[in-house]
Write a protein of this length. Structure first.
Length: 282
């Protein structure tokens, strides 16, 4: 599962449209499973399931009719569809809505139905543009669990999202795009490690917090301090060895520490650090 991250207008949706054969690239080439998207669009479409950030549904269809329509569009015989569609509805937790009209479904249910539609021809690659957009917390959790199950089934998934902490839980790698260019790519942990030149340390003490903050503020590798009750938060520009030295210095000065820990960098921190607050054009 590959997470596609970037500001609005950076090029995420455009890239996904090109991958999905719905927009021609102005230059370069794109291949899906060895097939060039502009030369063999039909072959590519057999292999992908594309879920846009905004999609339409046929409101007057029942959920089963909706999936039958798309299954027939892919040339799947009715006998196969009769077996397949109940399985898809169960996968996306809509079995109890098999006879419901699409326009009666909640937004989260419609999102899951759209995901089932993308799976009707058993694609090898799923291209999901903001699949959790506009969903409430419960619906986002449901969507996340379905995606984890699809990943476990062996599907390759490219997913874009602005809900960065949830994305970090699922993806194997991320790519950060800005102004149409990939500016960072790799495993989340590897990118975290590259950015750890600016660590945030939390030092919890039994007392003398003001003295400890003053001591830390004067340290050459400390760029900023902030005190919150018994905890001093420190922006630290050193590595592991320097961090160990700092702990020893605090103890040598007689400060009594309850804990000395490093805050975990999350995907939002990575995104802000890499892009430096920049954004694409709207």
């Amino acid at each position: 599962m590959f997470g596609f991250v970037g500001p609005n207008g950076a090029g995420k949706s455009t890239t996904m449209l090109i991958l999905s054969t719905l927009m021609a690239p102005t230059s370069g080439s794109v291949k899906v499973d060895g097939f060039e998207v502009t030369e063999h669009p039909k072959e590519v479409r057999k292999r992908i399931g594309y879920m846009p950030d905004f999609f339409g549904v046929y409101d007057q269809f029942k959920t089963t009719e909706y999936l039958h329509f798309y299954g027939a569009s892919y040339g799947i015989p009715k006998s196969e569809r009769d077996q397949l569609i109940p399985q898809l509805l169960e996968l996306v937790n809509l079995s109890d809505k098999r006879d419901a009209y699409v326009d009666t479904l909640s937004r989260g249910m419609k999102q899951r139905l759209c995901l089932a539609r993308c799976l009707v021809h058993d694609p090898e690659l799923l291209i999901l543009d903001e699949p959790a957009s506009g969903l409430d917390p419960r619906a986002r959790i449901e969507m996340r669990e379905i995606l984890k199950e699809l990943k476990a089934m062996g599907k390759t998934i490219i997913i874009s999202s602005h809900i960065l902490p949830e994305l970090a839980e699922m993806v194997d790698e991320i790519g950060v795009i800005e102004h149409g260019q990939i500016i960072a790519q790799g495993k989340v942990a590897d990118i975290q490690n590259r950015l750890r030149v600016k660590r945030i340390l939390s030092v919890r003490l039994t007392g003398r917090e003001e003295e400890a903050e003053a001591f830390l503020r004067n340290h050459p590798l400390v760029t900023r301090t902030m005190r919150d009750d018994r905890v001093v938060h420190v922006h630290f520009a050193g590595g592991d060895e320097e961090q160990a030295d700092l702990l020893r210095q605090l103890l040598d000065e007689g400060f009594r520490l309850i804990s000395f820990s490093e805050a975990q960098t999350n995907l939002e921190d990575i995104f802000l650090e890499i892009t430096k607050g920049g954004g694409g054009t709207a």
